[in-house]
Design a protein around this ligand. Structure first.
Ligand SMILES: Nc1ncnc2c1ncn2[C@@H]1O[C@H](COP(=O)(O)OP(=O)(O)OP(=O)(O)O)[C@@H](O)[C@H]1O
Length: 351
């Protein structure tokens, strides 16, 4: 066989193998997608219901879910935020969900909706609120989440009619560690990595055991593993945003670390970072705490309800909060380091 024939044979083999491998990959991806979700078209509303596969969803009839979803009323509202209203959807005595309704106003919101789904669909972790599915019509979108019976950390710490219950130090410490684990999972273990972009106490929800889970990926942006940041639209919540965000508008994992530092201060002080009194005084929680600590009056910042608990542990968490709140992002620890440091406190306390 001449040289040219050998080359031609090699090229043919390469091209055929490439095409076959692509076809196999496409079939595998298609099967995986089908296995992972069930899609139901509702002929009445013209909407589409997508249920992600899980032991909970597998036992649920899609018709029943659709019927109950269509019957949600104002009486079922359990909260509302910048993106829409959250309802409690009760299927039966043992099965309930939290349904977030997003109005379909602009194309931008639509993109946000898709982004949330892409980020959430695959994410399963005990400290992350699970997205079970979604329903989509021309007029609105619904996200179907697992229901967190104890609401948000924000409601528990500073509910409208006063704190819902006074959280003791062990509960606050546990919430800090578990929320840190959830966020660390997003930053380091998800592929692609996820930047939350809106870490705050109303996005830390509490299950029946008061165990914390991170929720709300409406603003999350997927980050390729080799990228250090992503450029995005201005988002997040004043009082929790890292200072560099105001200059650059770039969401980064270190920006989430800063916001987590604010949540730690919130747990330690019992003060709400978005409190109007801060705005009126032209300050914010972080600046206020820093000023008081500089004046060596730390005892004024710690929540009175924590007075009888071990001050060494509380001070340790303060130290970690300050590390997270460093003005220079690169000096801040990663969330994996924050988890380790927080866990270490209890090891030391138990020793
Ligand atoms: N899965 C859930 N289980 C139980 N309650 C929930 C759930 N998701 C949200 N909530 C409640 O609904 C409230 C509003 O949530 P939502 O995520 O819409 O807004 P937010 O986090 O307060 O603000 P933003 O939209 O700016 O992030 C929460 O504070 C919480 O009390």
């Amino acid at each position: 066989m001449g040289n040219s024939k050998v080359v031609a044979l090699y090229i043919t083999i390469c091209v055929v193998s490439f095409v076959v491998s692509k076809i196999i990959m496409a079939i595998l991806c298609y099967r995986r997608c089908r296995r992972k979700q069930m899609v139901v078209q509702d002929s009445l509303s013209g909407g589409t219901l997508v249920m992600f596969k899980s032991s909970k969803m597998d036992t649920l009839k899609s018709n029943m879910l659709l019927k109950k979803t269509m019957k949600l009323t104002n009486k079922d509202i359990i909260g509302s935020g910048g993106y829409g209203t959250v309802y409690k959807l009760t299927i039966d005595e043992s099965t309930s969900f939290a349904v977030k309704r997003l109005n379909r106003i602009s194309a931008e919101q639509d993109r946000g909706f898709e982004r949330e789904l892409v980020a959430m669909g695959d994410i399963k972790h005990r400290n992350i609120v699970t997205l079970h599915g979604y329903y989509s019509t021309n007029h609105y979108n619904l996200l179907i989440y697992e229901l967190m019976p104890n609401g948000s950390l924000d409601q528990v710490l500073h509910g409208k009619s006063g704190p819902r219950k006074v959280l003791d130090w062990p509960s606050r410490y546990k919430i800090a560690v578990l929320a840190a684990r959830g966020l660390s999972y997003l930053h380091h273990d998800c592929i692609p990595h996820v930047i939350h972009r809106d870490i705050k106490s109303s996005n830390i929800l509490l299950d029946h055991n008061m165990e914390a889970r991170v929720s709300d990926f409406g603003l999350a942006t997927l980050m390729e593993p080799d990228k250090t940041h992503v450029s995005t639209l201005v988002a997040g919540t004043f009082g929790y945003l890292a200072p560099e965000y105001f200059d650059t508008g770039k969401a980064t994992a270190k920006g989430d670390v800063y916001s987590f530092g604010v949540v730690l201060l919130e747990l330690l002080t019992g003060r709400k970072p978005t409190d109007e009194s801060f705005l009126e005084e032209g300050t914010k929680l972080v600046t206020w705490v820093k000023a008081v600590v500089q004046e060596k009056r730390e005892e004024y910042v710690v929540d009175r309800n924590l007075e009888e608990f071990p001050i060494e542990e509380i001070n340790h968490v303060f130290t970690i909060a300050w590390m997270c709140l460093e003005a220079e992002p690169c000096i801040r620890p990663t969330m994996a380091e924050v988890v380790k440091m927080l866990e270490q406190i209890k090891v030391n306390a138990l020793a």
